[in-house]
Write a protein that binds this ligand. Structure first.
Ligand code: FPP
Ligand code: MG
Length: 290
């Protein structure tokens, strides 16, 4: 029986073709192939149970570990990890369509990420532009009727990327079945500060007295000014790569979210990891009522 070539095997080929030897790469490749049939059975068993679980309506994902994945796979350029990460996003979205998870928000670039090496930042921004342009005509996006929304400080992005984002938003504005929010140049504190600023500017614009504004100030008046206005709050936030923090992702909206952290680097995130996150969420929901 021919065993399908895994991503790690492809990376091993690529690394060796480039004369590179990532430490332990062949050992990991061997382990991967040995575990493959067991994982296939485990994945089928979990998939069969999903429909009986309480599933989240909105999942937030911090896609972390692209560069460690690239280095571990023997790539000299960390942007190779980001390219794999972008492919993984489309794959994970297919799992969300399969299990009818209507809203997904992913964090692709924080404001702090602009401080990275200039060639990495350029590589990332170019990659985002290419991906947004692909989304305009992407088969999955139109088949599953996915509304693409951008969240973040748009003006911080290059003009070409801004246009690509707009094109994807316009091409999918009429869809309502699924929503994919893509956060770039995003930071939670910035979002909250901007929401307050815009609320206050609106109030001042309407000629309201300062005392009235402060008297009426509560959470409900700020929420319509957040990037996610009108969407449910994330029920579940997943972060990959073993980092256990939110780093300001959906800071306001995550007050009641469940978190799931896993060690897998984002480009290696498997359906089993995703199913485990869903199972963990479902189990916690069951306990809440007791
Ligand atoms: C975090 O890993 C990842 C990023 C900063 C970039 C994420 C981008 C993608 C997955 C592409 C998604 C594409 C679209 C269209 C949104 P890291 O760079 O922090 O890696 P490390 O933690 O190993 O250093
Ligand atoms: Mg990281």
């Amino acid at each position: 029986m021919k065993v399908a070539t895994s991503q790690i095997a492809k990376d091993a080929d690529q690394a060796q073709a480039g004369g590179l030897r990532a430490p332990g790469l062949l050992w990991r490749l061997f382990k991967e192939q040995v575990k493959r049939p067991f994982y296939a059975v485990y994945q089928r068993r979990l998939t069969a149970k999903v429909r009986s679980w309480t599933l989240p309506h909105h999942i937030g994902i911090i896609m972390d570990g692209n560069r460690r994945y690239a280095r571990q796979s023997g790539h000299l350029d960390v942007n190779a990890g980001h390219v794999r990460g972008a492919e993984k996003l489309l794959e994970v979205m297919r799992w969300c369509y399969e299990f009818d998870i209507p809203v997904v928000t992913v964090w692709g670039l924080s404001l702090d990420n602009f401080n990275r090496d200039a060639s990495e930042v350029k590589g990332l921004l170019d990659l985002f532009e290419t991906k947004f342009r692909e989304l305009v005509h992407h088969e999955d996006v139109h088949h599953y009727q996915v509304k693409i929304r951008y969240i973040g400080s748009r003006e911080r992005l290059p003009e070409g990327l801004q246009k690509a984002i707009l094109a994807a938003e316009e091409a999918t504005a009429h869809y309502h079945r699924f929503v994919l929010n893509i956060a770039l140049a995003y930071n939670g504190r910035e979002e909250i500060t901007e929401a307050f600023r815009n609320y206050l500017l609106d109030q001042i614009g309407q000629g309201r007295a300062f005392e009235d504004v402060t008297k009426n100030l509560d959470c409900t008046v700020i929420e319509p000014y957040l990037y996610t206005a009108g969407l449910p709050e994330p029920d579940l936030i997943i972060r990959t790569s073993g980092e256990v923090r939110l780093g300001g992702f959906l800071m306001w909206q995550s007050a009641y979210s469940e978190y799931y952290f896993c060690n897998t680097y984002w480009p290696m995130f498997r359906k089993i990891d995703f199913l485990r996150a869903l199972r963990s969420y479902s189990q916690r929901q069951c306990r809440m009522g007791k």
